[in-house]
Design a protein around this ligand. Structure first.
Ligand code: DGL
Length: 267
């Protein structure tokens, strides 16, 4: 078995800052894990891209990131990238890859009514991968799907400290609740990693709703896959990589610093 160096990081990847919702759960479980967080700002948003674009873009970027940062594990903290390109990424990389897919299983387990919702990007909600998750984990339930690209922009704006019109959150929830059977909806899957960052606002728009996401499950999976590995004794400075301009990050920096990402670079 090859020894993993203590300083080998966990490499998180998303189109933007959505993956921070996954990173936070992992950091809480692994305090000293060295972190590289890569945001593909040059490609944001993924939700409006085609399957072919995502399947070409994500493995190529991750190949460069892995070469540069030599991570012990790659975590694709993006439902859109995973439901489309997880297989391509695994085939292209020689490090283990943890994916993020809509948390339909825990949602199905906790629904009292048998009607569950899925908020995701347009690209995610139309995936066969989602049909398969439903068939495997919620075969006798009704799954209402709604694409809410506005929430990606809202989460990005919130993390930059900008004002977001609350009507955006109400509109996203109405997209589910106003569908047939929507009045029985009790659990909604936040099937885009940007959405847990605005969970409070979504809850204000639909106070009776329970929201689930995959972050805690991913953190457990990371712990499991690294359980025999060593970590540095003290937390190191985290690295934030953007595929866009570093100067465009401006108002995002306080949020990144608060999560320990003090080295900011571009790919
Ligand atoms: N955060 C991403 C996801 O989990 C996608 C957001 C986007 O780029 O559209 O799906």
């Amino acid at each position: 078995m090859t020894m993993v160096p203590d300083i080998a990081p966990l490499l998180f990847f998303d189109s933007g800052i959505g993956g921070l919702s996954v990173l936070k759960a992992a950091q809480a479980a692994l305090l000293c894990a060295p972190i590289v967080f890569a945001a593909d700002y040059a490609g944001l948003p993924y939700g409006t891209k085609t399957e072919a674009e995502i399947s070409a873009r994500v493995p190529a970027l991750l190949g460069r990131l892995v070469e540069r940062h030599q991570p012990r594990l790659v975590i694709i903290a993006c439902n859109t990238a995973c439901t489309i390109a997880l297989g391509h990424v695994r085939a292209a990389l020689n490090v283990p890859v943890v994916g993020t897919v809509p948390a339909i299983k825990p949602a199905a387990e906790s629904s009292q009514t048998g009607v569950i919702g899925l908020l995701g990007t347009a690209a995610t909600v139309r995936q066969v991968y989602v049909d398969e998750l439903q068939a495997d984990h919620a075969p006798h339930m009704r799954l209402l799907r709604h694409a809410a690209p506005e929430l990606v922009r809202a989460a990005e704006a919130k993390m930059r400290g900008e004002f977001v019109n609350p009507a955006i959150y109400a509109r996203a929830m109405a997209g589910l609740i106003e569908q047939p059977f929507g009045e029985r909806l009790d659990v909604t899957v936040l099937g885009c990693t940007h959405f847990p960052l605005v969970e409070e606002e979504l809850l204000a728009a639909a106070p009776h709703m329970r929201f689930v996401d995959g972050a805690a499950g991913i953190a457990r999976r990371i712990c499991h896959l690294t359980k025999d590995q060593n970590w540095p004794e003290k937390p190191a400075d985290g690295v934030f990589v953007t595929t866009g301009e570093v100067s465009a990050l401006g108002s995002l920096l306080p949020a990144l610093f608060s999560l320990g990402m003090t080295q900011i670079t571009s790919l």
